[in-house]
Design a protein around this ligand. Structure first.
Ligand SMILES: *Cc1c(COP(=O)(O)O)cnc(C)c1O
Length: 374
């Protein structure tokens, strides 16, 4: 087999240095203010950032938390989901989505995915609803909004709560509404590699239901209802002032960053359309391409040629959650969720970030096309 070499410059999955460069001075000055004030926990930056995120999503409540995983966990706590309950979710996501369900003692129930969107397939949800089902956690995977109308209607019919794991989709829209604002609660992660990334861990829960935001505000701070008064067992999960200050600066650029990701994605799709199965954009949605993930049954060859050309390419995710060792106790077998298993065999994610040069994106697509012509 001939070796393709077109490129010699290393192209990472994500270039955070390129993003931080232009913001450095502004961020340094915000950090200096925090050091001078010495307020590090639950101060003015966290409360301002919460207001800004709530307003961005047109909801009444936003609560800054320690991580996206905590946002998922605390949303389930606030919805009073507990041992003996079942929570429906997708097997094709980052591990934390289902992990959070186990933190409250509930059981994850996996529903297969839609081949086109890679998100939970609404037509397969109802057959998994039992008398124990209490909620659905939908994931807007890779920045692609899930089919919220269908999911909300099933949830309404069966009296289920809906939590949106929007960790990969800050700024994505479903029929004009930002994801995270449609279900009972939306969960975000500010892990550095996310579309809106901090300089450390961070997360947020948004909701239009005051009873949920009030509960999560207490939960994140040990259930504290007054000085050294604890009405229930809480937790320690607070976004800190330093991360909030950085995120406030980056939030102002987020829509521009997301548009740049969308521009790169459309360049990729225009070049790769006939050769691989590109991400779809359904009508009336805005996909924010946390990842650009396509499918091909010649993945190993494509991956190898990209790596030979110093282009990063990663399989998100190689093992669906129902086949993870940690979830063996749930009793799923191989073949149980065939679409998720097929996706795990065929998907490949290639570099996409706001600062990626269009000429590099063209070169990357060129390598893939050359491989597939071999
Ligand atoms: C990143 C991520 C999480 C977890 O967020 P952390 O802030 O790392 O805890 C949860 N779900 C999905 C889909 C994610 O991508």
């Amino acid at each position: 087999m001939s070796k393709i070499t077109i490129n010699t410059k290393t192209i990472p999955m994500l270039d955070l240095k390129a993003q931080h460069g232009p913001l450095n001075e502004e961020i340094k000055s915000a950090l200096k203010d925090i050091l001078d004030s010495s307020r590090f926990i639950l101060g003015p930056n966290v409360s301002s950032f919460e207001k800004e995120v709530a307003s961005y999503h047109n909801v009444s409540g936003a609560v800054g938390l320690g991580s996206g995983t905590d946002a998922l966990y605390l949303s389930l706590r606030a919805l009073d989901i507990k041992e003996g309950d079942e929570v429906i979710t997708t097997p094709f996501t980052f591990f934390a989505t289902a992990e959070a369900i186990t933190y409250v003692g509930a059981t994850p129930v996996f529903v297969d995915i839609d081949r086109q969107t890679l998100n939970i397939d609404p037509s397969k949800i109802e057959e998994k609803v039992t008398s124990k089902t209490r909620a659905i956690i939908v994931v807007h995977l890779f920045g692609q909004p899930a089919d919220m109308d269908e999911i909300m209607s099933i949830a309404g019919k069966h009296g289920l709560k809906v939590v949106e794991d929007s960790a990969q989709a800050f700024g994505a829209k479903y029929k004009g509404r930002p994801v995270g604002s449609i279900g009972d609660a939306g969960c975000f992660s500010f892990y550095p590699s996310k579309n809106l990334g901090a300089y450390g861990d961070g997360g947020m829960l948004i909701t239009d239901k005051p009873e949920i935001s009030e509960k999560v505000k207490l939960l994140r701070n040990h259930g504290t209802t007054g000085p050294y008064q604890h009405s229930f067992i809480g937790y320690n999960s607070r976004l800190d002032e330093i991360q909030a200050a950085i995120l406030r600066i980056k939030l102002r650029h987020l829509d521009t960053y997301n548009q740049k990701r969308r521009d790169i994605a459309s360049l990729y799709t225009s070049m790769l359309g006939g050769a691989v199965q590109c991400p779809v954009e359904k009508q009336d949605i805005v996909h924010v391409y946390h990842q650009y993930t396509f499918r091909t049954n010649r993945r190993a060859e494509v991956e190898k040629d990209l790596h030979d050309n110093h282009v990063s390419a990663v399989v998100y995710y190689p093992i669906p959650l129902h086949l993870q060792v940690a979830f063996k106790y749930l009793g799923y077998r191989e073949g149980a969720l065939p679409e998720a298993e097929a996706a795990a065999r065929e998907v490949l994610s290639i570099p996409i970030y706001p600062e990626l040069e269009p000429e590099d994106a063209r070169m990357i697509a060129g390598v893939i096309l050359k491989t597939l012509k071999k």
